[in-house]
Design a protein around this ligand. Structure first.
Ligand code: GLP
Length: 261
């Protein structure tokens, strides 16, 4: 687990975009794992900028989103499949048929979840998973109490997550769906490289628990301590509760240039 503390969201966006571009240069048909939420937006904006500048193509890439609300109509603007299209995939040359998400309108939910797991496996697995983190330490929609061995399944959102996400539903918490389909913690753990981005004071406790807390279902992101290749990109505010902050800074400054993230 490597923690990189950067000045602001734009610097985080640039470093994360570097990783995506390096991966695609090495493996043009790479499989990307995409997160919704506001934290990855600077990453997507930077990738769009580089794509428009002719620096990167997504023409052969594939993408899988992490999660989806249950019951939002296909055209609903907050359906995550639409959100990711609006914020990223529709702004680059990634064919919509190569972008998949869990089916929040499925009649047979367990079958849809199993099919999503199979689709990820059949694509060769996720090469680079971009992740955000909730204020309560959830990743994707794996709320506190999630099994550390979980796979894609239906979950009930916590009241806190619904309050956090009400801003996308006109501030109306009752408009936020109560259920979601989400990749499980074990699904996320199968990605070859996990790149988690977090900014702002509101994420400081979750980032501290993620990197320095005891591994526990109470803070689902702590499962990443068992992953061999995790990069955590944070700003000063999100880093403000880290106990070993000085060590993380020294380590990154002293890092050999060839090593990358
Ligand atoms: C939602 C998403 C998560 C995301 C989290 C934090 O719950 N399902 O994938 O990490 O929000 O979002 P934000 O980055 O907007 O704080």
């Amino acid at each position: 687990m490597e923690i990189v503390i950067l000045d602001d969201a734009q610097a985080i966006g640039r470093l994360a975009a570097d990783q995506v571009c390096t991966l695609l240069a090495r493996k043009p048909d790479a499989v990307l794992g995409l997160a919704t939420g506001s934290s990855p937006l600077p990453v997507y904006d930077e990738l769009v900028r580089r794509h428009q500048a002719g620096e990167v193509t997504f023409g052969q890439a594939r993408a899988f989103t992490l999660d989806e609300y249950v019951g939002l109509a296909a055209g609903h603007p907050e359906r995550y499949r639409n959100v990711i299209d609006r914020e990223f995939t529709g702004r680059v040359d990634l064919d919509p048929s190569r972008v998949a998400g869990p089916d929040g309108l499925a009649r047979d939910v367990p079958a849809a979840c199993a099919a999503y797991e199979r689709a990820i496996t059949d694509a060769g697995g996720v090469d680079l998973q971009i992740l955000g983190i909730g204020t309560d330490g959830h990743i994707a929609f794996n709320e506190p109490g999630s099994s550390l061995a979980s796979r894609t399944r239906i979950k009930t959102l916590t009241h806190q997550t619904r309050v956090d996400n009400a801003r996308f539903f006109g501030g109306d918490v009752d408009a936020v769906p109560t259920h979601c389909l989400t990749q499980g913690l074990a699904t996320i753990m199968a990605a070859r490289h996990v790149l988690l981005v977090a900014t702002g004071q509101g994420k400081a406790q979750a980032v501290h628990e993620l990197a320095e807390g005891a591994v526990s279902a109470l803070w689902p992101a702590t499962v990443l301590q068992h992953h061999p290749h995790v990069s955590i990109l944070v700003d000063e505010a999100a880093a403000s509760r880290l106990q070993l902050v000085g060590y993380y800074r020294e380590t990154y400054l002293a890092k050999p240039a060839w090593q990358g993230l």
